[in-house]
Design a protein around this ligand. Structure first.
Ligand code: 1HE
Length: 257
């Protein structure tokens, strides 16, 4: 499936979703944000993991500023909520999503990346939140998700001073979990997605839907939610078979890194 601004390529169990507005540096117009929502809400059942990357020199230049017309407060509220709904369809969608980053990952582009479950950045990547200098604020969930990756103090610094993080520093502070040579982020993300796709679906579900909520719960509630999720996951026939396979020497051992 391909829309005007997004290419969707299903490769086995992995969906590769590509932002395809390279002339506008993949700036996120309303129609592109809605198309993203639609893609993640309608992935075929055979898909077990997804990669999202960007065509051209940059992952994403953020909000399409040409659409930032005068809105009243109510319209602004609904516009931001539209982004929330779209990015929640990735974060709390059917499958884990791996972002392959290169070039600019700025503004709403960083908000999009932070809604993904894993971020792989190549050496050309740079991160910024230019909202501060544009006289606006994040509105795509960045105020919730980005502090959870790097802390509110670093995010405030990025917005107050226009600080730009390069790829190495981005990985060091937690914006990406993987740093790879220039031009290889999509390949690495696809390789990881294939690995993720082999997990038991209920384990992936727990990691996407239970873990972030447990992490936000007070400890005593978190322990209970963890126990409930653990009991459900281990009761699945697939879990029993995977454990049996290890005990019978049919499954991989963990290898030293
Ligand atoms: C755009 C956008 C955009 C490029 N909206 N049209 N985001 C920003 O403030 C970042 C603005 N963009 C940039 O700083 C740069 O474009 C880049 C560093 C990303 C890339 O630089 P470069 O030299 O490769 O490209 P360019 O020449 O700046 O841009 C190429 C074209 O894309 C040009 O249009 P053209 O018609 O003159 O060819 C640019 O105008 C256009 N373009 N970025 C619209 N963002 C939910 S709230 C989120 C709030 C935010 O995201 S605010 C941050 C917005």
């Amino acid at each position: 499936m391909t829309t005007k601004d997004i290419q969707l390529d299903i490769r086995g169990a992995v969906a590769v979703v590509r932002l395809s507005r390279p002339a506008k540096r993949n700036a996120l117009s309303d129609s592109l944000v809605l198309a993203l929502r639609d893609v993640f809400q309608n992935l075929p059942d055979t898909v077990r993991a997804a990669v999202i990357d960007g065509e051209g020199e940059h992952f994403c230049a953020g909000l399409d500023l040409s659409e930032l017309k005068e809105r009243d407060a109510g319209q602004g509220l609904h516009h931001s909520r539209m982004w929330h709904a779209a990015l929640e369809s990735l974060q709390y969608g059917p499958v884990p999503v791996i972002a392959a980053l290169h070039g600019a990952v700025v503004g709403g582009g960083l908000e999009l990346a932070s809604a993904c479950h894993i971020r792989v950045a190549d050496e050309s990547t740079f991160y910024a939140l230019p909202e501060g200098s544009r006289g606006i604020f994040v509105g795509g969930g960045g105020a919730v998700r980005i502090p959870r990756l790097i802390g509110a103090a670093r995010m405030a610094d990025m917005m107050l001073t226009g600080r730009v993080y390069n790829a190495q520093d981005g990985e060091r502070i937690g914006l990406a979990q993987y740093l790879v040579p220039t031009g290889t982020a999509s390949e690495k993300a696809f390789e990881l997605a294939q690995r993720v796709a082999e997990n038991a679906p209920l384990t992936n579900y727990a990691l996407m839907h239970a873990l972030p909520r447990i992490a936000e719960q007070p400890a005593d509630q978190g322990f209970l939610t963890e126990a409930l999720m653990a009991a459900i996951a281990q009761s699945a026939p697939e879990a029993k078979e995977r454990v049996r396979a290890f005990l019978e020497g049919r499954a991989n051992k963990v290898k030293k890194a």
